[in-house]
Design a protein around this ligand. Structure first.
Ligand code: IPM
Ligand code: MG
Length: 388
């Protein structure tokens, strides 16, 4: 089947404004690959992007003192979406860029949901013995603006033997409800199972708010089966029996931790993608690979661009280009399946070369020479959850 829609058209019907924030470390390399794939996708699927490259990250911060708030926030705000590389560098005290940029953006732009698929694609190597793709296809919906990530608390008697550190976790009914509602919508368009992951036996206050909200929202989605798993037990079940899960909804910090575990199961941090979704259109959503800036291998061509390109696919699904999104996902899977290893020299090519292979694979998909990835794509589920 030929799925090219308006190839050759000179005036694309659909144009999206995109901010590109390559950032630090391996961010610029993997973002470069994502943009090469985007360029090809535009040509093949008849849409266009107007892109603005935003200088941000360690160098920019050292030179200007600028983080998210201020001019950068203003130039990002009006965009349809943000493609983000990574941020963090040894030249800046750890935490400044993470909190002052990444968290400030997630919170400032109300990117309430951090969507992190954990799918073992066919042909991709996993460290979990005997795990097959049929058994590993779930999505973790991480709350993205609250919990311990609000960074509130206090220390008294700092630096003395009497020091007392209080770190608060903020959970609002509104914040918890919107992420749980999204998770239900996603589950309703997938295998109709939603698992709450928390630690309600110990974190009783937050746990009660999460459980009560889950029970209330469940009444609106009778077709979705619900389930509960403690976060420590999740670390046991996820690698051994991922088939237990369809959609998992969880708090910000638990989500941070279990999505790294999820990334390992699906082949490593290099292949894991994410979407930071603003649910009401009041500000742009942001798309980033899960891996960090990896300054030790920056500029060496050793980073796997798959996570960044799959994040681009999620961006396309969000913008309303689900066919292109599914094709990009398929192209990435084709290339990953042909690789000896998923990172470094074992990839059998540099970051840019792997990116070029994805571009070539995308052409084959669009021309119908490679069938679209079988099974339900997260891209379709995202589109369905958005339109509900
Ligand atoms: C992630 C990262 C971030 C987080 C850091 C870089 C602030 O680990 O996206 O998972 O903790 O959320
Ligand atoms: Mg993390």
């Amino acid at each position: 089947m030929e799925i090219t829609m308006t190839a050759g058209s000179t005036t694309p019907a659909r144009t999206y404004s995109l901010a590109v924030v390559p950032g630090d470390g391996i961010g610029p390399e993997v973002t470069g690959c994502a943009l090469a794939v985007l360029g090809k996708a535009e040509e093949l699927f008849g849409f266009a992007t107007e892109r603005e490259h935003i200088q941000a990250g360690a160098q920019h911060y050292v030179a200007t003192g600028e983080l998210f708030a201020g001019p950068i926030e203003e130039s990002l705000r009006g965009k349809d979406a943000i493609l983000f590389g990574s941020m963090g560098d040894p030249s800046v005290t750890p935490g400044i860029l993470e909190r002052g940029f990444i968290l400030a953006m997630r919170q400032g732009f109300e990117q309430a949901v951090n969507l992190r698929p954990v799918r073992l694609y066919p042909g991709v190597k996993t460290p979990i013995a005997d795990l097959s793709p049929e058994r590993c296809d779930l999505v973790i919906v991480r709350e993205n603006t609250e919990g311990a990530y609000v960074g509130r608390g206090s220390t008294v008697h700092a630096g003395t033997k009497n020091a007392v550190a209080i770190q608060e976790s903020v959970n609002t009914r509104a914040g918890v409800e919107r992420v749980i509602d999204y998770a239900f919508r996603l589950a309703a368009s997938r295998r109709k199972k939603l698992t709450l992951c928390h630690k309600t036996n110990i974190l009783v206050e937050a746990g009660r708010l999460w459980s009560d909200t889950m029970a209330d929202v469940a009444k609106r989605y009778p077709e979705v089966e619900t389930d509960y798993v403690h976060v420590d037990a999740m670390c046991f079940h996820l690698p051994i029996s991922p088939e237990r899960f369809d959609v998992v909804v969880t708090d910000n910090l638990f989500g941070d931790i279990i999505t790294d575990l999820g990334a390992v199961i699906q082949g490593g941090l290099g292949v894991a993608a994410s979407a930071n979704l603003n649910l009401d259109g009041s500000a742009p959503s942001m798309f980033e690979a899960i891996h960090g800036s990896a300054p030790d291998i920056a500029g060496m061509g050793l980073a796997n661009p798959a996570g960044a390109v799959l994040s681009l696919a999620m961006c396309l699904a969000h913008l309303g280009e689900p066919v292109a999104a599914h094709a990009v996902e398929t192209a990435v899977v084709e290339v990953l399946g042909s690789m000896e290893g998923l990172a470094g020299a074992a990839m059998g090519g540099t970051t840019i070369e792997v990116g070029q292979r994805i571009v070539t694979a995308l052409e084959a998909v669009a021309k119908g020479k490679t069938p679209l990835l079988a099974g339900q794509s997260i891209m379709e589920a995202m589109a369905a959850a958005k339109n509900k």
